[in-house]
Structure formats: C-alpha cells, structure tokens
Design a protein around this ligand. Structure first.
Ligand code: ZN
Length: 297
C-alpha cells in the first residue's frame, strides 16, 4: 500500500487504480432470444443467518431474523416464481447452504440457478489473498456437492471486490460476476486493461431491497419507505429497460422481501412485467451465456 496521500499520486498511480478492474466492451446484444424486447434477471441472495454470523453475532435474536428468510421468505419466493414460471438466480453463502440443504436442493430442483456468494458472507476486503482463494474454492465445492452442479457465477458478499477477487474468479473458471455497477447492461470485465472473457451482470443499490427495507435496530437511519414506493421505483426501472431494449436485473433477499407486505409488491411488479409482450426471463447464467455468444455488432 502506498504511503502517499491520493493527492500526491502520480498519473500512473491513479490510472493504475482505475484500470485494475474496469468495464470493457458492452455485451448488450442486438436482440434478446426469440426477439424479446427486454431481459428480466431476478436474483435472491439467500444470506439468512450468515449476515450476523459474519459479524460474530451469535445471539438468537439476530439469527432468528435470518432464519425467517429460510423458513418463511424462501418458500414464498419459490411459490411466486413457480406461479409465474420464472427462473431466477439464488446467490447463497456456503454456510447458508449447509444450514439449509433442503432449501438449496429445492432451488436446483425447481430449475433455478444456485451461484456463489462467499463462504460465510465474509468481506473479501478483510481477507488475505490465500484465505480469499481458499474460501472461494471451498464455497464452490460445497455448492457443487449440495446441488450436483458446479456454480458458474459469483456475487461477492456485499458486492465488495478486493484486489484479488477477479483473479480468483478467473481461476475458478466462472463465466460471470454480478457485483459491480459500471453499466445498466452486461459488459466484459477488464483486468489491468486486458479482456478477461468474464461477463459482468451489473447490480445497483437502486434495484436492491436492502437499502430501502432493512431496518437496523439501533442504527441512525430510518428510511424504510412503504414497500409500494419501492415497487414504483422498480417498475420505472423495468419500464425504462423495456423502452431501451435492455436488461432489468433485480437483487432481493428472502429475509427482506419475504414479508407479507413486500411480497404483495413483488407480485404486483411481476404481474406488470408479465403483462408486457416480449419479456425474456432468464437466470444470470443464461444471460451471461447469451450475451457472450451474441455480440451486438
Ligand atoms: Zn448477501
């Protein structure tokens, strides 16, 4: 780590930081499969108890909040997806999958994608490279053992990215990452200016339930708008993606979205989406495969 202050960096240094992991060519295809006008990629981060566990928080109160995600939220999400016939991607920390093996098997059995989301929702920024690599491989092995399929994608816990994350992602042979925010549409990740062949399926806090709906007891922020207000934002995001012929990607968490008043909003959003012509529902893996094989020019 340089001891210089940022304002003392020379041009090579600040350009180097920016170039380490960067957006390369756009992978937005000319058309979506079957002439669809918009791609819809729903994702659920099945963190459950791993959020408090990651912080060393072992008291039953916080753990129960996570347990709700598996016990109540996840079955509700699965029922809703089945009703609309929508495939989704479930990003699951390996410890969460080990705590809930029936749940992760149910995702796979229903045709959903199960993808990587850390070992115990650890922040990769706090790990040395050897630990980050070992946990990533252990997590991939664990999900493969439980589902019978090797994961092909990763969403890093809390969307953090260390200086080593992209190299580990490549070594794992993953096809895509879904943790970064440089575009609305899929793009190829560059490592120090060089194309990696890894697809980025970008996320955004705007299209995430946590910033709006997770109340932290003792925290200073009390945003928590009405779930219906959140639904309006997401609907606008979808409508604009449809107009652009692009991708609508959404990140949710069973322990957050899975409550009654919020599932109503998700159901209404899906009813709105489903009423449109030309919607392609896909897992993140399907999006990655399609955009890699259908360059726009
Ligand atoms: Zn998470």
């Amino acid at each position: 780590m340089s001891e210089q202050q940022p304002w003392q960096w020379d041009e090579q240094t600040w350009r180097g930081h920016v170039a380490r992991v960067r957006a390369g060519r756009s992978l937005r295809p000319a058309t979506w499969p079957g002439g669809a006008r918009v791609a819809v990629a729903l994702s659920f981060d099945a963190d459950h108890e791993t959020i408090p566990l990651r912080d060393g928080e072992t008291r039953p109160g916080k753990l129960a909040q996570g347990e709700y995600g598996s016990r109540v939220g996840s079955p509700r999400v699965l029922r809703l997806l089945e009703r609309f016939g929508i495939p989704a991607s479930f990003f699951m920390p390996a410890v969460s999958a080990l705590l809930h093996p029936e749940e992760v098997r149910a995702y796979a059995a229903a045709g959903h994608e199960v993808a990587m989301h850390g070992w115990i929702h650890e922040s990769n920024l706090s790990l040395d490279p050897a630990d980050e690599r070992e946990l990533a491989f252990r997590a991939a092995d664990t999900l493969e053992k439980l589902t019978g399929t090797r994961p092909v994608g990763i969403r890093t816990p809390a969307w953090e990215f260390s200086d080593h994350t992209l190299a580990i992602t490549r070594e794992l042979g993953l096809r895509y990452d879904s943790s970064l925010m440089a575009d609305d549409e899929p793009y190829e990740l560059l490592a120090d200016g060089e194309p990696t062949g890894i697809v980025e399926i970008p996320v955004e806090w705007i299209r995430d339930d946590v910033p709006y709906l997770l109340m932290e007891y003792g925290g200073t922020l009390r945003t928590c708008p009405s779930p219906r207000d959140v639904g309006v934002i997401w609907r606008d995001e979808f409508d604009a993606a449809l107009e652009d012929g692009g991708l609508f990607q959404l990140t949710m968490h069973p322990h957050v979205i899975g409550h009654r008043s919020r599932m109503i909003v998700l159901r209404e959003l899906l009813e709105h989406i489903d009423a449109q012509d030309g919607v392609w529902y896909a897992t993140h893996a399907q999006i990655a495969d399609y955009v890699l094989n259908h360059p726009s020019t």
